[in-house]
Ligand binder design. Structure first.
Ligand SMILES: Cc1ncc(COP(=O)(O)O)c(C=O)c1O
Length: 347
């Protein structure tokens, strides 16, 4: 059992980080206008523009599913299609929301190693058909970091961009764990977004320590035209917007967003180090962000669950997903690995 009350199920399981919490408290004073017309929302959007070193358009919505679905709907007509990896969250974990909010835009799936779509896969999907009966490919969507904890390099993103340009596709990035990708690559955020051709980024906050609210960031500002109406119609315009924006201010103003992401990545690296040489288990993907995927014997999975460890076994391509968060400690990892080893020796 976890002696610290923390688990490896999801970075969503973690609480609110101190920087987001204190900004929320600061914001909880007096009256300010609602619906985003307040100083906290302005400041949060300005900080995002500073982080990306460009004049992007920024909107806050309640969660990642809304961010992905509404931004993808904006990039497409209903007769278009969205190309993504077969393990992409937009395909596997959004209950059809991208199709719903786009009035039927079809999601087309590409394969690729380590959860990544590649330029050849994109070309295959686009060139498979050119007749009017096929939903016209319009957007390529990548997840950064991916659903299996890997990270697209700058070169990989630029290769996708080159192909997208060639094929007249727009470029969408699901960045639910964008911070972990930036921390992993050690690059400036602009290098893996607008400088790599990304039109729109869904910038995740909740997995990195905020309580609610992801940002939709349009680098291609023309595409943001009337996006606020789409948000309102979808029930995604928060009336007390300052409380969705303030945690972003807390996270961004002194770099906490990157510190927390780097820490979560480091804990996953520590966990990976402890697991990689255990012969009875198999690590499934390169460990690059804040998760480790491993195949464990069923008896061990059951034993860990019986000891009240929570982790998922249905994400990605199978195996156990062990996800670290901003507040995971070496003690958590040590306790988990100790229980795992005890169960393995019991056979
Ligand atoms: C890759 C990815 N994208 C998007 C999301 C956002 O989902 P939610 O709507 O739960 O915030 C998640 C959350 O698990 C995710 O893992």
């Amino acid at each position: 059992m976890s002696p610290f009350g923390r688990h490896f199920a999801s970075d969503n399981y973690a609480g609110i980080c101190p920087e987001a919490w204190s900004a929320l408290q600061e914001a909880n004073q007096g009256h300010v206008p609602g619906y985003g017309d307040d100083p906290w929302t302005d400041r949060a959007a300005d900080l995002i523009r500073e982080v990306f070193e460009t004049n992007c358009e920024v909107f806050f919505v309640f969660n990642g599913t809304a961010a992905n679905s509404l931004s993808l709907a904006t990039l497409c007509q209903s007769y278009h299609s969205i190309l993504c990896h077969e393990l992409a969250h937009v395909e596997t974990d959004e209950c059809g929301a991208p199709e719903f909010f786009s009035n039927g835009t079809k999601v087309l799936l590409a394969q690729g190693a380590n959860g990544k779509i590649d330029p050849a896969g994109i070309e295959r999907l686009v060139k498979k058909r050119s007749d009017i009966h096929y939903p016209k490919p319009r957007v390529v969507s990548v997840t950064q970091a991916t659903e299996v904890g890997t990270v697209y390099s700058v070169a990989e993103l630029k290769a996708i961009w080159a192909k997208a340009k060639d094929l007249k596709l727009r470029f969408h990035m699901d960045g639910a764990r964008f911070a972990n990708a930036v921390a992993s690559l050690g690059v400036a955020p602009k290098e893996i977004t607008w400088q790599a051709g990304v039109d729109v980024l869904c910038f995740g906050g909740t997995k990195n320590g905020t309580h609610v609210g992801d940002a939709v960031v349009f680098f291609n500002r023309e595409l943001a035209h009337e996006f606020e109406y789409r948000c309102k119609q979808a029930g995604q315009l928060c009336s007390k917007m300052r409380f969705m924006a303030a945690p972003w201010v807390g996270m961004l103003r002194d770099g906490a967003w990157l510190r927390h992401a780097a820490h979560a990545n480091q804990m996953a690296a520590y966990l990976h180090e402890k697991l990689k040489d255990i012969t009875e288990l198999k690590v499934l993907f390169p460990r690059q962000a804040n998760s480790v995927f491993a195949e464990l014997p069923k008896a061990v999975i059951d034993g860990l669950h019986a000891r009240n460890w929570k982790f998922y076994t249905f994400i990605g391509a199978g195996g156990c997903r062990l996800m670290c968060a901003w507040d995971t400690t070496e003690g958590d990892v040590d306790a988990f690995v100790a229980d795992l080893k005890t169960l393995l020796t019991k056979g």
